[in-house]
Design a protein around this ligand. Structure first.
Ligand SMILES: Cc1cc2nc3c(=O)[nH]c(=O)nc-3n(C[C@H](O)[C@H](O)[C@H](O)COP(=O)(O)O)c2cc1C
Ligand code: SF4
Length: 449
């Protein structure tokens, strides 16, 4: 059964929820290869493939595994693998798409990673609300255990909270330990799970899509993996597209395709004003749509690929109102452990809402710029970096429109939603956003309807 076309390697053309179908289509070959190669060769294949993490930062996966192995060996530490399946970033659905349509490939990648770093336990952290993805992964796990896949017996699914921060790796460790999703000071490669003097440990955290790439890299080799994508960002990525486009949904494309291919050629966007990858990144004006969608080219252009969930807004939207909506999301989701982030995100949101209401003054623009500089002070996690990118890009790329808005009430009749995706119909591409989000408050409760 052919599950993939010439480009795709991750998102099949139909759901593969039966183990026999997966194996019949060539699945399981990466795990089988572990009988033939040692751990060093395994890590070398992943490193040589150039695979970079798909959770947002694009860090080299082989390098990450190597450093976990080296530290654990030198200091005799227990290792846990945490599969980051929270997918908290607005605008993305790729991880849930993979878990729903290709759960065995995700699981096989996790089991190979478990073997590589010598993890004694594996936790897959999903949101409780992601019911379909959870059911799909639970079914795959049960079938893998029955089939005797090595390591399947130490895998647990963790149904976590709906908060954005659940996906931040140290907050996820807190949730696995039964606490709230509050980021830690210390990285997972220093302090892992259930750590104490009796149990010094560290954790490897990898994103779902990162791990879904691993089985074929191991089975088919680094050169095969590099046959798609660019030298520095090899492979494909599952892009999510939503907002003012005719063809939303999840699209697997080689890394390095111009952003315009996704937004205009595939998405059919008419007269876009801007796009943004997720929420924690810069606003992208159309004159940057020619940028190749890969980690380095996007970073060099000051925008950022993130987890490749692009939301498009057309010219019927006001950019200040968009920024206020996105900033409010970051302010609501900030956990309040760091003053600059907690105060800064809410003050920036208030300033943007003031300008949107027509009460803005020239001094507010300076105030916005100053707040954006300080919002990251002493940050424990990268949430306020997203706020900074948002404000800086607003002031730099949309200077005229923001200035024109001062003292003038908003002209737009559109009210942008927070693009927090609750579902994508993988057959039609139809995207559903969380209709309750606007009621969420800074203490993470919801105002009554
Ligand atoms: C506020 C915040 C939210 C995040 N949410 C997610 C998420 O939902 N899923 C994810 O894989 N990574 C998320 N990350 C990134 C993770 O902390 C981590 O870098 C990633 O899981 C590492 O996996 P990778 O190396 O395979 O990319 C988030 C980071 C921040 C700062
Ligand atoms: S930077 Fe913000 S979101 Fe991150 S831990 Fe500090 S207060 Fe919480």
């Amino acid at each position: 059964m052919a599950l993939f076309d010439d480009v795709s390697r991750l998102l099949p053309n139909q759901p593969v929820t039966d183990l026999d179908d997966y194996v019949g289509a060539g699945g399981g070959a990466g795990l089988a290869e572990l009988l033939e190669i040692d751990r060093d060769e395994l890590v070398a294949r992943v490193a040589d493939s150039g695979l970079r993490g798909r959770g947002g930062a694009g860090f080299g996966t082989g390098t990450k595994w190597r450093s976990i192995i080296d530290t654990a060996t030198a200091e005799d530490l227990a290792v846990a693998l945490v599969v980051n399946a929270a997918e908290g970033e607005p605008g993305t659905y790729k991880d849930r798409a993979l878990m729903r349509w290709n759960p065995f490939q995700v699981l096989e990648g996790a089991l190979i990673a478990r073997y590589a770093v010598g993890a004694s336990r594996v936790f897959i952290g999903l949101k409780e609300r992601a019911t379909e993805a959870r059911a799909s992964m639970a079914g795959a796990l049960a079938a893998a255990r029955e089939a005797g896949w090595p390591g399947a017996d130490v895998v647990e699914l963790v149904a976590g909270p709906d908060e954005y921060l659940y996906g931040e790796e140290t907050a996820m460790l807190e949730v696995v330990e039964g606490d709230l999703p509050m980021p830690r000071h210390v990285a997972p490669y220093i302090n892992g799970l259930f750590t104490g003097t009796a149990n010094p440990s560290l954790a490897l955290v990898n994103n779902v899509e990162t791990l879904a790439n691993v089985p074929a890299i191991v089975a088919r080799g680094p050169d095969w993996f590099r046959s798609q994508g660019t030298d520095d960002s090899p492979g494909t990525m599952v892009f999510t597209l939503s907002g003012d486009v005719e063809s939303p949904g999840c699209w697997e494309l080689p890394l390095g395709v111009p952003l315009d291919t996704l937004v205009t050629d595939i998405g059919g966007a008419v007269d876009p004003k801007l796009a943004i990858s997720g929420i924690s990144s810069a606003l992208i004006p159309p004159d940057l749509f020619a940028t190749p969608a890969d980690f380095d080219a996007m970073a060099d252009a000051g925008i950022g690929l993130g987890s490749a969930g692009f939301v498009v807004y057309d010219r019927s939207h006001c950019v200040v109102r968009i920024a206020a909506t996105l900033s409010r999301f970051l302010s609501v989701e900030s956990c309040g452990q760091c003053n600059a982030c907690s105060l800064g995100t809410s003050e920036i949101t208030a300033l943007l809402e003031r300008i949107d209401a027509g009460d803005g003054e020239p001094a507010d623009l300076e105030e916005l710029a100053t707040r954006a500089t300080k919002v990251t002070d002493l940050q424990r996690c990268a949430l306020p970096t997203g706020e900074q990118l948002l404000v800086v890009s607003l002031l730099e790329s949309f200077t005229e429109e923001v200035r024109d808005h001062l003292g003038t009430p908003c002209w737009s009749e559109r009210d942008p939603m927070v693009p927090k995706i609750t579902d994508v119909d993988l057959a039609t591409g139809e995207v559903t956003f969380d209709p309750t989000y606007h009621r969420k408050r800074e203490d993470w409760t919801y105002a009554p309807e």
